[in-house]
Design a binder for this molecule. Structure first.
Ligand code: PHE
Length: 501
């Protein structure tokens, strides 16, 4: 063992002059020797002093030439004494060898180029480069002038070597007894507890001298769980909703029927979003088991021929299409279930609902799109609400997220009228960025559910990823979510204060 070798040697000798030579003599790797010396030095058994040496070693290229010969000599030898065309010469040599060897051989005046041939200019040559490289490889001394040349050709590189000279330290002992940190059953049985350095027991059985504490030891890093940025921002958004008096909707079903995801939302069955190019449909089970039949009838009717002052879409509504299971494409599917449920409670009572959960879209993944992401959704359901109420609630909600400058742009959703895209001015980006979508749910959606005629629902939705990326300065969504996420980022990221401006 390296430690015993060092302590043993110092028992009879003044000093280990060079840890490199010493480890060679002992047949122990220098790394192992260095570790032992550092540890012994730390505990005062020895005093170690740095030795630094610079030496030249061959680069990968240098190593090749040390065995195969320098390119210029290889090139020289490839030229037959009677001369050869350049094409032939190039065919005979590796392109890299030709490229390096030709200018060198020309510089050495070993070869010349005639009209049609290249030929030798001297009868024979010495491979001094190869000889020098071999000398360096064997640790032999080489003229500094030659070193310079090889260095310029990047055939050798300097390597610094670190080792130690070692003398006895203040706590030197010929053998190191490990300081015991634990007293085991085996120690007691065998009686060797008497020899354990730190357990010299007094008559009463109390340790007289404990192992010294190392107050500057770094200690184990605390490796607890770490919250993903999305979870931190979700928490903050959740707190905002709760402070505004919203209740959470149950979002614990990724699988939804087309009925609740689309039909109940007055989204026609031929709408492009209902195509498999946009939506993930389930193979197994491919259809839903039950739907509220009376309500389904009303939804069918409103799609086909309208009612409640609407003309409907005027197409043949198919139950099969509504039965298809899918991965919900928006959390508005949950809102539609909840509003239907609310409509069944008589008498009507107003509600404020929110949800934050995952949704799925059959989307090509790029730096701003994922096939699964998270939506934040809020809705207020009460008698006589107006667009002004929606705008007011949005100002309140987004101001709490740190976005107080808002603008609205008319938009279209099959289930809301009017609909508005929400933009917020980003002080950092110096531009208006889209932060959400909103609207008032259509009567074609609410009245078949059985909500009273004067009840209006204002609602809005946004992604959780967007504000999180802005807060954490992440510009590629794949660095935030999915298999490419760097766990280091999760462990180190701070809690960001909301305030996107
Ligand atoms: N469901 C919409 C979306 O997927 C968001 C939205 C929710 C719009 C509620 C209006 C009302 O983007």
């Amino acid at each position: 063992m390296a430690e015993d070798a060092v302590l043993g040697f110092l028992e009879k000798n003044e000093e280990i002059l060079d840890s490199g030579k010493f480890s060679e003599e002992k047949g122990i790797s220098h790394d192992e020797m260095v570790n032992a010396i550092k540890s012994l030095n730390g505990f005062g058994f020895v005093i170690a002093q740095d030795i630094k040496r610079e030496r030249w070693v061959l680069t990968e290229e240098g190593k090749i030439y040390a065995t195969a010969g320098s390119p210029e000599v290889q090139l020289f030898l490839a030229i037959t004494p009677e001369g050869i065309t350049q094409e032939e010469l190039q065919k005979k040599l590796d392109p890299a060898i030709f490229k390096v060897g030709w200018p060198q051989a020309m510089k050495n005046k070993w070869v010349e180029k005639g009209k049609s041939n290249v030929s030798r200019k001297v009868q024979n040559v010495d491979d001094t480069v190869k000889d020098l490289l071999m000398q360096i490889q064997n640790g032999e001394a080489v003229d500094p002038k030659d070193i310079d040349g090889l260095k310029r050709r990047k055939l050798i590189a300097q390597q610094s070597w670190k080792g130690y000279s070692v003398r006895k330290g203040p706590k030197y002992a010929p053998k190191r007894i490990k300081e015991a940190t634990d007293l085991t059953r085996e120690n007691l049985h065998s009686g060797d507890w008497k020899n354990l350095k730190e357990y010299n027991f007094s008559a009463k059985g109390q340790p007289v001298e404990g192992k010294e504490y190392n107050f500057s030891a770094k200690g184990q890093p605390v490796e607890g769980g770490h919250l993903h940025p999305l979870l931190k921002v979700r928490r903050q958004v959740q707190m905002i909703f709760l402070q505004m008096g919203f209740e959470e909707m149950p979002t614990n079903n990724y699988v939804e029927s087309s009925f609740w995801n689309f039909d109940a939302l007055f989204q026609p069955q031929q709408h492009p979003a209902r195509d498999s190019h946009d939506t993930f449909f389930l193979k197994e089970p491919s259809t839903t088991r039950e739907l509220p039949e009376d309500y389904v009838e009303l939804v069918k009717k409103v799609h086909e021929s309208g009612g409640y002052g609407s003309r409907g879409y005027g197409y043949d509504w198919k139950r099969d299409e509504a039965n298809k299971n899918l991965l919900r494409t928006h959390t508005t599917a949950v809102s539609s279930r909840m509003l239907y449920k609310l409509a069944q409670n008589k008498p009507f009572a107003p509600k404020k609902y929110y949800s934050i959960d995952r949704v799925f879209r059959n989307e090509a993944v790029d730096r701003t799109h994922l096939a699964e992401f998270h939506q934040i959704e809020g809705l207020v359901c009460d008698r006589g609400l107006s667009l002004g109420d929606l705008i007011g609630v949005l100002h309140d909600f987004f101001a709490r997220l740190g976005m107080s400058k808002l603008r609205f742009k008319p938009a279209y959703n099959p289930y809301t009228e009017p609909s508005m895209e929400i933009f917020s001015y980003h002080e950092g980006f110096k531009k208006w960025v889209e932060v959400g979508n909103s609207g008032m749910f259509r009567p074609e959606m609410l009245l078949p559910m059985g909500l009273p005629e004067d009840v209006r629902v204002i609602a809005w939705g946004l992604s959780l990823e967007r504000p999180t990326m802005i807060l954490y300065g992440i510009d590629n969504i794949r660095e935030l979510f999915g298999h490419k996420v760097d766990l280091g980022l999760i462990k180190k990221n701070p809690i960001c204060r909301l305030g996107l401006n």
